[in-house]
Design a protein around this ligand. Structure first.
Ligand code: 13P
Ligand code: MG
Ligand code: MG
Length: 365
């Protein structure tokens, strides 16, 4: 029987603006998922959070886009939203667009990453969850894990990885997708995924077609074909035995690369890897954070997790990201800290332009 991992996440309200999901919300989600466990809808679960986003990590045997499993996540978020409203938490129910469930949770607000696979004799899986950034934030680390031999030694020295991987890339503006194969089409892949606001890695497969990684790409703000907002993402990655080693899946995060999001979803800043405990984006609502949770999957049960970035080996990365945050922050309202106008979640520009319109004159020299 195949095992499915479903990571479904949502921001349902937080303390101190957009900083911290209150434990009462996590407790309510726990209650709903515990009931689903009793009713054998799911086989196991782990609830985490990064900043103001609650991440439900569930294992089951019902396949992807399963109505019952999605309904569990939806009910958990709905009931937790009610508590958030009672507590007057900030942005209560922020990511729940509808209050009636119809089939699956797609398009209803929460982000979804799922994968179904035949368990190997031992099956390590890592889940990364972010706050204050967008799904394209994973383009760089996923490329490094699955296509960069300077990151993943196995691509060169492990016969099981030597053939490379296939990347399914979404164009979130045109609503199209394309599959590119590495190493053969590496430069074409990079030509696309360097544009992190438009071309987003959705899934990665090995050359036998087995799933290797799956990213949440549902966007709250990709409405009417317009991508204006940032959707805090999560990714599921499989490690070892034919996939990159766990350490090769962790190594890309040692570099705190620049991602889009941060304050008001309108700024670039470094991605800081932190433990679950420190997943609180307090400085200028950031800097953007990522947590990593490593599990072993055994008969659809989650063994673990190991809190990956709760490790002094990442102290230097955190320092570097603090330095980079200070550096880029000093640009204040200037690009490239502030996003270009068409990518900002908030903008006063139309109002400013309207006010100044009568004062604009032709340049005739
Ligand atoms: P979230 O997307 O995490 O809710 O943050 C929104 C925001 O405006 C942060 O400044
Ligand atoms: Mg929020
Ligand atoms: Mg968030």
């Amino acid at each position: 029987m195949k095992t499915t991992i479903s990571v479904i996440k949502a921001d349902i309200g937080s303390v101190s603006g957009h900083c911290f999901s209150h434990p009462a919300l996590m407790e309510k989600c726990d209650e709903v998922l515990e009931k689903a466990l009793d009713e054998s809808i799911i086989n196991d679960y782990y609830i985490s959070r990064c900043g103001d986003d609650v991440d439900l990590i569930m294992t089951h045997t019902k396949g992807e886009l399963n109505e019952e499993v999605h309904k569990v996540a939806y009910d958990a978020f709905l009931q937790a939203s009610e508590i958030a409203r009672e507590m007057k938490l900030y942005g209560a129910g922020q990511d729940l667009l509808n209050d009636t469930f119809s089939g699956n949770i797609k398009g209803m607000g929460p982000g979804i990453a799922e994968m179904e696979f035949e368990e190997r004799p031992s099956d390590p899986v890592i889940v990364y969850c972010c706050d204050k950034t967008e799904p394209g934030a994973f383009n760089l680390p996923l490329f490094k894990m699955f296509a960069d031999p300077f990151n993943t030694a196995g691509l060169v020295i492990d016969p099981k990885l030597h053939d490379g991987f296939k990347f399914e890339v979404y164009d979130v503006i045109e609503n199209k997708k394309v599959v590119l194969s590495c190493p053969e089409e590496m430069y074409d892949l990079l030509a696309l995924i360097g544009s992190t606001g438009r071309y987003i890695i959705k899934r990665i497969f090995n050359k036998k077609g087995e799933i290797a990684a799956s990213v949440t790409t549902e966007s709250l703000t990709l409405k009417n074909g317009k991508y204006v907002g940032k959707d805090d993402p999560a990714v599921i990655v499989r490690a070892q035995s034919g996939f990159p080693a766990a350490g090769e899946c962790v190594e890309p995060f040692a570099f705190p690369h620049m991602v889009t999001g941060w304050m008001r979803g309108s700024h670039n800043g470094p991605l800081m890897p932190v433990s679950e405990e420190y997943a609180n984006p307090v400085r200028f609502d950031g800097p953007p954070r990522v947590i990593g949770l490593a599990f072993q999957i055994a008969d659809a049960q989650l063994v673990g997790p190991l809190d990956i970035f709760d490790d002094p080996a990442f102290d230097e990365t955190r320092k570097m990201s603090s330095k980079a945050a200070t550096y880029i922050r000093r640009h204040g309202p200037f690009e490239p800290h502030r996003l270009p106008v068409e990518e900002m979640e908030y903008t006063s520009l139309p109002g400013v332009m309207k006010k100044l319109e009568p004062r604009f004159e032709d340049i005739d020299d």
